[in-house]
Design a protein around this ligand. Structure first.
Ligand SMILES: [Fe+2]
Length: 341
């Protein structure tokens, strides 16, 4: 009898504690600019392993940030998942994120790919090298981003417009490495070397190089990976006509960026949210996540897909990616002055 009443007492105590426990342990709400198919299977795996439900809202970067701002502390979101350190920086600057500490993440994600104040971490790595038309370019003539302003490349380069954050981040990395003045001179030289006014996305630059409109394109490699496994034979053929050149290997390394996650300022399930980010940084999740997106893992020692492995190893610029956000406004103004449309 006594033990039975003890059990009841324990049950009553547990029942009293449950709402509090449930408030941080039963769900994570995500706002994500990544396509559902490219992240959902991982979230399902997390739920299977932990019993923590994950609710996913997807949208465009600008719209999600606007939504976080207008919802303020009433936002149901616990995590923001987005591409480009510039977007993570914008969210932090808008005050919709908060710092979080995780020993597991500090151990698994290089410092370069984490916000110095702990508001966000990178979860996949994307590289933005030079792609060249195999039949027209001798890769020995290629060296650095800086060299793209060389008159030898007049009329031979394709790159998308300056309103795209990938190019803004690339220019920010050049400002960090070479300074404002040298980078402005460089941007003017690059614009003078363009084969056509900037138009389209990264895939369009690759297609233009394959079609002979230009000899060199600057693009993120996951677009090339995506085109190589495209259902469309024309897209596959275009991708096969170009090769990857890793610039700046004798110096700071190739420009890279991340997709990553930030804990929101309004997070009601912070512990569960951090647990999910830790899960996404495990080698098993990293391998799937990088592969599904055609990106690189952020951590070391994760196997690459045959396509990515085939492009060979490369040295990545070790600039802390938080700098890309800090220098974004400067980069945008500079590109404008240089006539980069
Ligand atoms: Fe992209």
């Amino acid at each position: 009898m006594r033990s039975k009443s003890k059990i009841f007492a324990v049950l009553a105590l547990l029942a009293a504690l449950l709402p509090a426990a449930g408030a941080f342990a039963d769900e994570v709400n995500i706002y994500s600019s990544r396509k559902e198919a490219l992240i959902k299977p991982l979230l399902d795996r997390f739920t299977e392993q932990t019993g923590i439900a994950v609710n996913l809202v997807t949208g465009k970067d600008g719209a999600l940030l606007q939504r976080l701002k207008s919802e303020g502390m009433n936002s149901p979101a616990d995590l923001l998942i987005t591409a480009d350190a510039g977007n993570l920086y914008r969210a932090k600057a808008a005050g919709v994120t908060q710092p979080f500490v995780s020993e597991a993440l500090t151990a698994s994600i290089p410092e370069t790919y984490r916000d110095p104040e702990g508001h966000w971490v990178g979860l996949t790595l994307r590289a933005r090298p030079i792609l060249y038309a195999k039949d027209r370019v001798d890769q020995k003539t290629l060296s650095t981003y800086e060299a793209l302003a060389d008159p030898a490349f007049k009329g031979r380069i394709c790159i998308r417009s300056s309103d795209n954050i990938y190019n803004q981040s690339l220019v920010a990395s050049l400002i960090a490495a070479d300074g404002l003045e040298a980078t402005e001179t460089w941007a003017k030289g690059l614009v003078a070397n363009l084969a056509r006014p900037p138009k389209g996305g990264d895939r369009d630059q690759i297609k233009a190089a394959a079609a002979g409109e230009c000899d060199l394109a600057v693009a993120n490699t996951y677009y090339l990976a995506g085109m190589l496994k495209s259902q469309d034979p024309a897209e596959r053929a275009a991708a096969e006509a170009v090769a990857v050149f890793w610039p700046n290997q004798d110096g700071r390394g190739t420009h890279v960026n991340i997709s990553g996650a930030a804990v929101t300022a309004s997070a009601k399930h912070k512990e569960a949210a951090v647990a999910l980010v830790e899960f996404l940084a495990t080698p098993e999740a990293q391998a799937w996540y990088a592969e599904a997106n055609g990106e690189y893992p952020v951590g070391e020692g994760v196997a690459l897909s045959p396509t990515l492995a085939g492009w060979g190893p490369f040295k990545a610029d070790d600039l802390n990616l938080g700098r890309l956000g800090e220098l974004n406004a400067e980069a945008v103004r500079l590109m404008d002055r240089a006539g980069w449309r």
